[in-house]
Design a protein around this ligand. Structure first.
Ligand SMILES: Nc1ncnc2c1ncn2[C@@H]1O[C@H](COP(=O)(O)OP(=O)(O)OP(=O)(O)O)[C@@H](O)[C@H]1O
Length: 412
């Protein structure tokens, strides 16, 4: 199987030119005008903060302008900007030296600044502000939520440009273009449904299209069922993707702040999908499962002994712990699957319910706990059943278990 299949389409089709970045015309104009003010040598501000919802083109416009202007793009990732020392040693040299041969300028991009700082980070914010004031080149920052109190000083040092969700028509246009370049035939109704579902997040729309198109050359409305199932599980897909592709432990941890997070489910989902995302790195897979199994131990101790203070540790392990696995392979697009364990459990749900009810009744009649009944009585009844089914059924009947339920008790 060629690895090209796994390149996320959202990356493969990231706009190369300014005109390919769709929507947000005003914001784009304002941003380009600011860049041009640098070319004229009189920048109105040394930095801009592009802000807005995910997947609307904030990072893409920076890439596109860098390539059109033939400027070297210095991208500083979140972990580089967390402490003053890191910024001074790694970033300052880049903002003060000339650009390398072949480029006519330089642009500094610090992506997703709102995800960067935590209370423990020392001086990172001040260092960024210092970086902006000393930089000889335009500095671009991006954020989803610029009103985060952490960003107050940064806001004052930047020109703010708002990006909004992408309109449905533009989303469809981009999806159509991708379909034609991928040789996939897709009805307009399908694209329209994908666009509705993505709610203005173009990255999500492209990811959905790729999910549905996997292994197909024609997509019809019927195939949208995948999206229907996905709508139900949408949160989980996103949560799993956030954890397994987090660039920093904090990003992974952010899912624990979701009010609707079902952490028992999350463990099942991660357990099902870690291998797909972290293959081929055995080390990453092993580390991730180690973290997950510790989380599982904490959770069961928490429940058994009612020590609720263990919950934060379990949550950190299953998110930041999993995301901190060593040697994680570069991000590739994988289709996440529903946990097999839950599928099996739901298939045998009726059977299990009958079993639980029957053992509960029998245990009550015998004046023992259900677990004693299961471990100390049931094996003998099953043994008797293998030699003399009639006798076993008589014993069960005396315990109030009828013919039909006896079947579940004896089989399970
Ligand atoms: N306006 C757009 N025009 C064309 N493609 C876009 C646009 N916005 C997003 N995309 C697609 O979605 C992908 C992600 O977009 P981008 O990284 O620019 O989002 P962002 O706004 O920076 O989001 P985030 O806040 O999550 O970083 C791009 O690689 C591209 O494929």
């Amino acid at each position: 199987m060629s690895s090209a299949r796994f390149i996320p389409w959202a990356e493969k089709y990231r706009p190369r030119r300014i005109q390919d970045v769709v929507g947000n015309e005003e914001a784009k104009k304002e941003y380009v005008a600011w860049l041009n003010s640098w070319i004229r040598g009189k920048p109105s501000h040394k930095a801009v903060l592009l802000y807005g919802p995910p997947g609307c083109g904030k990072t893409s416009i920076v890439y596109a302008t860098a390539s059109e202007y033939n400027w070297e793009l210095i991208e500083i990732n979140a972990s580089d900007v967390r402490s003053r020392e890191a910024i001074q040693s790694r970033v300052f040299p880049a903002i003060q030296t000339g650009s390398i041969y072949g480029y006519s300028g330089k642009i500094i991009l610090i992506d997703e600044v709102d995800g960067v700082w935590t209370r423990e980070d020392v001086g990172g914010m001040d260092a960024i502000i210092e970086l902006i004031s000393k930089s000889r080149y335009p500095v671009v920052l991006t954020a989803n939520d610029p009103w985060d109190p952490k960003l107050k000083d940064l806001r004052e040092a930047c020109k703010l440009i708002e990006f909004k969700k992408i309109g449905k028509r533009d989303v469809i246009r981009v999806l159509e273009d991708i379909c034609s370049r991928e040789g996939v035939h897709c009805d307009r109704d399908v694209l329209s449904a994908i666009a509705d579902n993505a709610k203005g997040d173009l990255r999500a729309a492209i990811n959905d299209l790729q999910t549905i198109a996997m292994g197909r050359k024609t997509i019809s409305l019927a195939d949208l069922q995948i999206l229907g199932e996905r709508a139900e599980q949408e949160n989980m897909f996103e949560v799993v993707r956030t954890v397994l592709t987090a660039k920093t432990p904090e990003q992974a941890l952010s899912v624990t702040r979701l009010p609707s997070l079902d952490y028992e489910m999350l463990i099942q989902w991660l357990s099902e999908n870690i291998v797909a995302q972290y293959t081929p790195s055995y080390r990453a897979i092993a580390d991730a499962y180690d973290a997950l199994s510790m989380a599982d131990i904490y959770l069961s101790r928490m429940k058994r002994e009612q020590i609720w203070a263990l919950l934060p540790y379990a949550l950190e392990l299953m998110t930041a712990g999993v995301a901190s696995a060593r040697e994680r392979p570069p991000f590739k697009f994988v289709k996440y699957s529903f946990p097999e364990k839950l599928r099996i459990l739901s298939r045998i749900k009726t059977k299990r319910e009958k079993f639980v009810e029957a053992t509960r009744n029998a245990a009550r009649l015998l004046h023992v706990s259900t677990s004693t009944f299961r471990t100390e009585f049931l094996p003998y009844i099953r043994l008797i059943n293998s030699y003399n089914p009639e006798q076993a059924r008589r014993i069960l009947a005396s315990l109030g278990i009828n013919e039909e339920t006896a079947k579940y008790i004896l089989e399970t």
